[in-house]
Write a protein that binds this ligand. Sequence first.
Ligand code: HSE
Length: 428
Amino acid sequence: MSDPLRLGIAGLGTVGAGVLRIVRQKTALMRARTGREIVISAVSARDRNRDRGVPIGDYAWEDDAVALAKRDDVDIFVELIGGENGPAKAATEAALNAGKDVVTANKALLAHHGQALAELAEAKGAVLRFEAAVAGGIPVIKTLTEALAGNDITRVMGVMNGTCNYILTRMEDAGLSYEEAFAEADGLGYLEADPNLDVGGIDAGHKLSILAAIAFGTQVNFDAVELEGIGRVTIEDIRQAADMGYRIKLLGVSRMTGRGLEQSMAPCLVPETSPLGQLQGGTNMVVIDGDQVGQIVLRGAGAGAGPTASAVMGDILDIARGTRVATFGQPATSLRAAKPARAATPVPYYLRMALLDKPGALAKVATALGDAGISINRMRQYDHVTDTAPVLIVTHKTTQESLDAALAAMGKTGVVDGEPVALRIEEV
Ligand code: HSE
């Protein structure tokens, strides 16, 4: 039997406590699978005395995560503190500088500092693993870096924020307004301390930028993600989209194009019958298209103690087995700085507008679309509500640029009341 593998765990919240529980309860299973004993040397958190439902008295205590990361009796530093800077970053850097392997669940850290940390890990001969950072329990990092390594990836997309999917699903199923569904999610404790991380699309954008780096061999670039949250999605859009056979999801999509790397996280329509359309509640889904494998769909819990700790343990056991994969699937110094490109791959669009009850109003809207080279696929007008009528249009594939031109022209017709809603329809 090899020497025990000694963990130092920083951050004892939901996920940290979940990891402690697995390490304490599954000793024999882990020994059988790796040939090594997995032990915890020391832990660190903000509050030593909080009841976590799992005893911590057997382990050395450090108030300071950086001190924990540097301990001689720690082989793997497990970072479960969170946050893009502060102690999480300082302790991760300290561990890597000391040549220790790091396992983290921290998407913000990777999205903002992934390239520098990957280069540091490589320079020090350490590995940096982060399966739990993207889509909780779904093994998407391992799938992309290892199982699909023989593919050119053509698109990676997914629903990667369970809270947003819960809110959108409740709006659709229970007819709740955005505000009501948000309050319900808040009551259930789903929202991050800063809710904008969830509903503003930032958390999901972090995850998309990490997946794009692995999929396309590029330096992680969160700042280039085109971000739009779900705050402007109305119950009307949810209903009208459903009427046309679609569901609205906060969808991340990344593609490498001739113009550069597209990364977009925004509310999109997907066919109701597609796997993404069927995704309910807080569940996550990642859809990957590879030139050899075709399309694969991964679905599972994106948060929670068990699923996230499961992903952390997968990384720890890989290290115990001697698996050492480059952070983003290839040497950090070989990752390209991709040119960011605005999402411009032609897709169909869903448009909803309130049209004034005037002769020729519909013709003017159709002309604005036609003049921009946009062809209408489907159209529906509902009964007038006072002096306007809701009109829905599904276009054939067109670019964002053409759509912007059409929307600008519509604004000048004087027959559209307010701003039309325009949402991409992603084909899956
Ligand atoms: N807040 C995230 C979600 C989980 O709702 O999916 C952590 O990334």
